[in-house]
Design a protein around this ligand. Structure first.
Ligand code: HAM
Length: 408
């Protein structure tokens, strides 16, 4: 075993795993650009209050999962557990609201949560998130879900999109009260954590994973039955837009999300294969105001890139690899060929090994080379290259000046 191991829950990404990861993130980012999201690069560290104020004091993330530390002046800082809080802080601090009628941003990068590591759950993981500020209409909610659906379709990942509405300042208090009263009646069946949540954050009881709690909330009152006129109309429009866009969805009346900032629409894409949530988001119409900015409706989602990568079945074929193998006093010509191939956009290795042809080809095989480009005294004199297809063994001589016109 190596003397040094990475910190528990922190992992290296290499090889095939990294290829999946990059394919996922490149695909997502190209789609985000088509929907006109602009990139923002955010710090990995924020003042602790940024997360406490936004995610909420009585959430698992803030109470149990943050990496918090003091800087040299004793200020409390935290490694970001998610990207929405920092984006909102940046939106206000940089007065982005003053620049355009609305602003659509995306970010990518590592997030940190002190959770129990398991398959698809890490302490450092990566998110790509999208946040749109300044739009209250349900068209945005539909378009965000459409974007999520497109990401999943493009990557060939089967999932179920679950939606719910958790109302607003007007309608949620009455629901909270009805739910608390209901929970009081079934308190004997709740786990200890939910007994505590029952008074502080009763909505969270709805998505507890403990079987007895799940059973106990099965006939709990539903938020959708308590929505005010505005929230009900918003939710209804969202559903009709999703139908217009032919996006399959499932209403999940127990979907509440683990962060406190949400209002109205919440949604998650759950993998059909693994049953885990890969993409999640929702509206947060009060958060900008609560963090000191002007009242600004907003909505977003974040993709767990590792989780998504786990589910990718097929990667596009890689670019073929060429290896230029020089024999004799031909390095000048070999460098010329290498340069030309790279100018043509080919991925090229040069053999650094001095050995006979057999050994060189063995090395090329080990390096998974697709085409060996053999360069000897004859090739140099005649201004040609000999190219060997490593898969079929077929060999061909090509004139160097013609190279650019060949379909290699
Ligand atoms: P979240 O549901 O906490 O939402 O995380 C979003 C996604 O990040 C999850 O669905 C999952 O794929 C991934 N994720 C979370 N924790 C882990 C972990 N420990 N290991 C691996 N992947 C993980 C948010 O973070 C919100 N900021 C989403 C949002 C953006 N809402 C509005 N805008």
């Amino acid at each position: 075993m190596a003397e040094f191991q990475s910190v528990r829950g922190f992992h290296d990404l290499t090889g095939e795993e990294l290829r999946r990861f990059r394919y996922a993130s490149d695909t997502i980012k190209s789609l985000l650009k088509l929907y006109n999201f602009e990139e923002i690069i955010l710090p990995v560290i924020e003042y602790l209050e940024v997360f406490q104020r936004s995610i909420g004091e009585v959430t698992d993330i803030v109470q149990k999962e943050m990496f918090v530390f003091q800087d040299r002046k004793g200020r409390l800082l935290a490694l970001r557990p998610e990207g929405t809080a920092g984006t909102v802080r940046a939106y206000i601090q940089n007065r982005l609201y003053a620049l355009k009628p609305y602003v659509k941003l995306f970010y990518e990068g590592p997030m940190f949560r002190y959770e129990r590591p398991q398959a698809g759950r890490y302490r450092q993981f990566h998110q790509i998130g999208a946040e749109a500020f300044g739009i209250s209409s349900p068209e945005l909610d539909a378009e965000m879900i459409d974007l999520v659906y497109n990401i999943l379709t493009k990557l060939g990942i089967s999932s179920t999109i679950e939606i719910n509405s958790i109302g607003c300042r007007v309608c949620r208090p009455a629901y909270r009260k009805a739910l608390s009263e209901y929970l009081d009646q079934v308190v004997g069946h709740l786990c200890d954590v939910c007994i505590d949540r029952k008074d502080k954050n009763p909505l969270r009881v709805l998505d507890c994973k403990v079987e007895t709690c799940k059973e106990a909330v099965r006939s709990a009152p539903k938020m959708v039955d308590y929505l005010c006129e505005e929230c009900a109309a918003h939710y209804q429009s969202l559903k009709s837009y999703l139908e217009m866009l032919s996006i399959p969805y499932r209403e999940n009346y127990h979907l509440v999300r683990g962060l406190d900032y949400y209002t109205k629409t919440v949604f998650e894409a759950v993998s059909t294969e693994l049953g885990i949530t890969i993409i999640a988001g929702g509206r947060y119409d009060y958060l900008v105001e609560e963090m000191g900015g002007p009242p600004t409706p907003a909505m977003g989602f974040a993709v767990g890139v590792e989780r998504l990568s786990l589910l990718i079945k097929e990667l596009p074929p890689e670019e073929p690899l060429y290896m230029v193998i020089p024999f004799g006093n031909v390095m000048d010509y070999a460098f010329e060929v290498v340069k030309k191939l790279r100018d043509m956009g080919k991925k090229v290795e040069i053999s650094y090994k001095k050995a006979n042809l057999k050994k060189q080809l063995e090395l090329a095989n080990k390096l998974k080379v697709d085409f060996a480009v053999l360069i000897g005294e004859d090739e140099k004199r005649l201004h040609t290259i000999t190219i060997k297809d490593m898969h079929t063994g077929k060999q061909e001589i090509i004139s160097f000046p013609e190279l650019a016109h060949e379909s290699l």
